[in-house]
Design a binder for this molecule. Sequence first.
Ligand code: ATP
Ligand code: MG
Length: 363
Amino acid sequence: MTPPSILILPGDGIGPEVMAEVRRVIDWFGANRSLNFEVIEDLVGGAAYDEHGTPLTDDTMAKAQAVDAVLLGAVGGPKYDDLDFSVKPERGLLRLRKEMDLFSNLRPAQCFDALADFSSLKRDVVAGLDIMIVRELTSGIYFGEPRGIIEEGNERVGINTQRYTTSEIVRVARSAFELARRRDGKVCSMEKANVMESGILWREEVQKLRDEEYPDIELSHMYADAGAMQLVRWPKQFDVIVTDNLFGDLLSDAAAMLTGSLGMLPSASLGAPMENGMPKALYEPVHGSAPDIAGQGKANPIACILSFAMALRYSFDQGEEADRLEKAVENALADGARTGDLMGPDGGTPLSTSGMGDAILKA
Ligand code: ATP
Ligand code: MG
């Protein structure tokens, strides 16, 4: 049997630094758990532009379509700020998301006990928190037509259109229900059905899918503004939250800050099932290329390592090995392993990127 394949795209800034630690983790699974992967590495973002004059070559795009999972570091940086829009590093990532049709964006908000005091909220509100926000990623108001800025008499008018079809709603809702089945069996759907037609359709379709195919799932509905309030008041009431592109953008950023540092947050973007039944998938840390600390060995590799744990779970059906990796991160933190972003100003000497990798491999 051919081993499952991963395309690694380290990208720019701290991307290559954090991805180097993921490579070590992948090697560990091969050596200690007989879990072997075919790993291909390629360029994306500014790194691809420097080499090929484009942030993503057709060849790399074809590889991304062929593998079982793509793992991406980060793209962009000040060096590329003045480039033409069409070749900006971010365009490489957008092309991947668009051509792989990754419509379901998974952002866990998980609070490791050792970091509970890092949250902006009180310890008992966040300690042990483990929720998942599922954001629709390819439709809604960011893409709807008509859009633009037009003249109307002596006024200018900025126009965007929120638009959702039933199939767009159903496919992302399905991914949320499937996820909930592997978790605590609870989904809360958020929209504004009180003021938006797309919200009415969203609510109806999500409920219909639940009634017809997921009767085992406990489904609730909330207006997104009330949901935002509940999310910061008592986030542990949720398990899986499913919402549209715009509300998901806001809610997932708010949820991220429940847990502390950007350096801790993984994400997955999933598409339709491939021939083997697993979804097309791209995994990446939530953080960017962090130019202010790039090249200094200061970056926290945990977000990227936890993104690989998500790949184990959602692309390779290795839930127990994903648990093993997440537990190692938790134990390393409990033992006091800290990169600079996880320390106060007088917290002592932080670990380097590879120092944190060492601590996690040891754990
Ligand atoms: P982008 O536009 O690509 O999202 P950004 O400017 O919004 O990037 P980041 O690049 O994520 O943001 O950096 C925001 C801040 O968080 C920076 O000060 C950066 O140093 C810090 N940061 C981000 N990721 C990490 C990490 N893995 N480890 C430590 N610090 C990090
Ligand atoms: Mg940003």
